[in-house]
Design a protein around this ligand. Structure first.
Ligand SMILES: Cc1ncc(COP(=O)(O)O)c(C=O)c1O
Length: 389
């Protein structure tokens, strides 16, 4: 029996092993300490744009507080489909959108539906990859099968390594671009290669839009119909606490997805749904989001320059999201211990690479979703600490 204690809030007893999130342990410890610079957080530091907040307040004042349709408000689903089609060049209908309380519940539904529908067990994911994926797959009695991303290849995917892992029991491949933790962005040729595998694809597109070199928005849906897309409002619109996300689901999975959404969640947060319509339709929000993307890019460039200045090695090619991987293999083979040392001695909170899979042991992840002052000072502290080793 394992106790799952994330942010000290959820205590869940289960026979399945759910791995504790080391980053959360570090965050909790960092919160108790003083004068800590937080480079571990995967959360935008920007406020939610005002028109979105105003719309949420309006919804409350006008008592828009009852459950919505289990699939979400038709108006929101229509705007999501329109937004995807305009920004991402896709061709989807509102009927295929299921609104959820964040991308995390969307992930739960997507994995369940694919396993149930296919009667297969294995989900392919990358190592390194988002730390929660193994827990979702395990919780749903699936079997995670990792394909390696190689440091010598900048942690880019190698389609042959994926092909080697496909068996007759493969239910789907789960991809994430832009990537948490590497910041890598899947390019057109790679999307095409993934589509050509002929597998069902679960595509976590939560960081789409946060891309800094070249094409800003892309989707697996431009390459195959056999895909479930996950996205949400947390990152691009700075709405983590509003808890709103969605799935784009092919017809064959729709009724199963709806049944599950209805039973597990009834509907997503009504107030947030009203606010999300504003997020997708307000020109003022669009401008603000563009400015946020520009600012993330500024910070990305500053982070790269500061790391170089302090002789810290950047692994991977950080073109999207707001994460960077630092190679600290010269100093440690235990990234968790190293992260605690950096916290205690340099007073900077970072995420140990091991949270994201064995291929990131010996690496740490930093996030540049924070002020430039914090980035510059945090990297200086890490650099000074490492120089003293
Ligand atoms: C890759 C990835 N997917 C999903 C999520 C969950 O996002 P949400 O806030 O929409 O549940 C996160 C959050 O950090 C993430 O990094």
């Amino acid at each position: 029996m394992v106790i799952f204690n994330m942010k000290g809030m959820n205590i869940l007893e289960s026979k399945k092993e759910i791995k504790s999130f080391k980053a959360m342990d570090i965050l909790e410890k960092a919160i108790e300490m003083e004068d800590i610079i937080h480079l571990e957080l995967g959360e935008p530091d920007f406020d939610t744009p005002k028109p979105i907040k105003d719309e949420g307040i309006r919804a409350i004042n006008e008592e828009k507080i009852i459950y919505t349709h289990s699939m979400g408000m038709k108006e929101l689903r229509t705007e999501i489909a329109k937004y995807y089609n305009e920004k991402y060049g896709t061709n989807i209908c509102y009927e295929n959108i299921v609104v959820t309380a964040g991308t995390s519940p969307a992930l739960l539904l997507a994995i369940y539906v694919v396993l149930e529908y296919s009667h297969k067990k294995e989900i392919l994911t990358s190592n390194p990859g988002y730390a929660c994926y193994p827990n979702f797959i395990n919780f749903l009695s699936g079997k995670m099968k990792n394909y390696d991303l190689d440091i010598n290849n900048n942690f880019k995917m190698d389609i042959n390594k994926i092909k080697e892992k496909i068996t007759e029991n493969t239910a789907a491949i789960l991809i994430n671009s832009p990537s948490n933790p590497t910041g890598d962005v899947i390019k057109e040729k790679e999307y095409q290669e993934i589509a050509d595998l002929g597998l069902c694809v679960i595509s976590d597109e939560i960081y789409q839009g946060l891309v800094y070199n070249g094409k800003q928005y892309d989707s697996i849906l431009n390459y195959t119909d056999n895909a479930i897309v996950l996205n949400g409002f947390s990152k691009l619109f700075s709405m983590t606490g509003w808890r709103l996300g969605y799935l784009i689901v092919p017809d064959k999975f729709l009724s199963l997805t709806q049944k599950l959404e209805q039973n597990l969640f009834i509907s997503a947060n009504t107030i947030s749904q009203y606010a999300a319509i504003k997020a997708l339709t307000s020109l003022e929000v669009e401008k603000e989001v563009e400015n946020m993307i520009k600012e993330y890019n500024n910070r990305r460039i500053i982070t790269i320059n500061e790391l170089k200045k302090h002789n810290l090695k950047i692994a991977a090619n950080p073109e999207g999201a707001y994460y960077m991987i630092i190679d600290v293999r010269e100093y440690t083979d235990n990234s968790l211990k190293f992260a605690y040392e950096i916290l205690e001695k340099a007073k900077v909170a970072v995420t140990p690479g091991i949270d994201f899979g064995s291929n990131l042991e010996g690496f740490i992840r930093i996030s540049y979703a924070t002020s430039t002052e914090n980035i510059i000072e945090g990297i200086r502290r890490i650099g000074d600490y490492i120089k003293g080793l």
